[in-house]
Design a protein around this ligand. Structure first.
Ligand SMILES: C[S@@+](CC[C@H](N)C(=O)[O-])C[C@H]1O[C@@H](n2cnc3c(N)ncnc32)[C@H](O)[C@@H]1O
Length: 253
């Protein structure tokens, strides 16, 4: 996959400077207008937000925008949702602290922060992490209270979980599931995410680390008919449309 960074408009020195810093942080080249090809992905710094462009694709570029997320979708995204049940949410004043070890597009992390949970979202893919940080920056302008409950960190949870502090009440895992035998096409953001992040074939390794760390429970999001992560049966599952959350309670100390 060819991935690079550009500024639009390219004549703006401040944007060009931001693009150069971002390219260095993500260890990516700056886009060469004479070398880019249709299908290439270009992380694009604009005056208002960070976007991921697929060259030659007629659809809109990907930019994460938490404040415009549909929180009413039946796929578990309402505020009276199975996601809330899965993480053990009972009332706002006792909302659990959550470590989302596989942040991706940050939708679950944002929804949990909306409920009142404090959420640390870890993402290892640098471009995805940069898009998340940019979404978080813009969220703090429009929903500062929710943004204050959400922290984004770039890194690999396999390392960060080993000595994570403070201990979260819940560790939440939602690794990519291999896109085999799908009857319907994935949403466009997920297609792009899969191009960037791959299939997370090492996801099983996260479960034992999460079980060591979580004070109350580990929650794993899975497709409805998928086997449990690492082959470990959960104590119980919560079901939404097209999704299942496997719950592994931890013994109270
Ligand atoms: C399916 S997406 C998560 C979607 C997310 N729950 C949401 O609501 O948008 C999975 C993400 O986990 C990330 N990931 C997988 N393994 C990881 C690890 N060990 N550390 C950090 N991020 C990881 C992948 O890069 C990918 O972006």
């Amino acid at each position: 996959m060819t991935l690079s960074v550009q500024a639009i408009p390219a004549f703006d020195p401040a944007l060009r400077e931001s693009a150069a810093r971002l390219a260095e942080a993500c260890r990516l080249p700056l886009a060469d207008p004479n070398a880019v090809q249709p299908g290439d992905l270009v992380l694009t710094v604009t005056a208002t937000r960070l976007e991921l462009h697929e060259l030659g694709h007629r659809g809109r570029p990907l930019a994460l925008d938490f404040a415009h997320l549909d929180v009413t979708s039946p796929a578990g995204r309402t505020l009276r949702q199975p996601l809330a049940k899965a993480v053990g949410f009972k009332k706002r004043s006792q909302a659990p602290s959550i470590l989302d070890a596989t942040a991706g597009l940050g939708e679950d992390a944002y929804l949990l922060a909306t409920l009142g949970c404090t959420v640390t979202a870890i993402e290892r893919q640098p471009v995805v992490a940069a898009l998340l940080c940019d979404a978080h920056r813009r969220l703090s302008l429009v929903q500062p209270e929710i943004a204050a409950r959400l922290t984004v960190r770039q890194g690999d949870a396999r390392q960060l979980l080993a000595d994570f502090n403070p201990q979260p009440q819940v560790v939440y895992l939602d690794p990519m599931f291999p896109a085999m035998n799908r009857k319907t096409a994935e949403r466009r953001p997920l297609q792009l995410l899969r191009r960037l992040a791959g299939d997370d074939l090492d996801a099983d390794a996260l479960l034992p680390l999460a079980l060591q760390l979580a004070a109350h429970r580990v929650v794993v999001k899975r497709p409805p008919k998928a086997p449990p992560l690492a082959g470990l049966p959960p104590a119980f599952s919560c079901h939404g449309r097209g999704v299942r959350w496997d719950v592994y309670p931890r013994p109270r100390k």
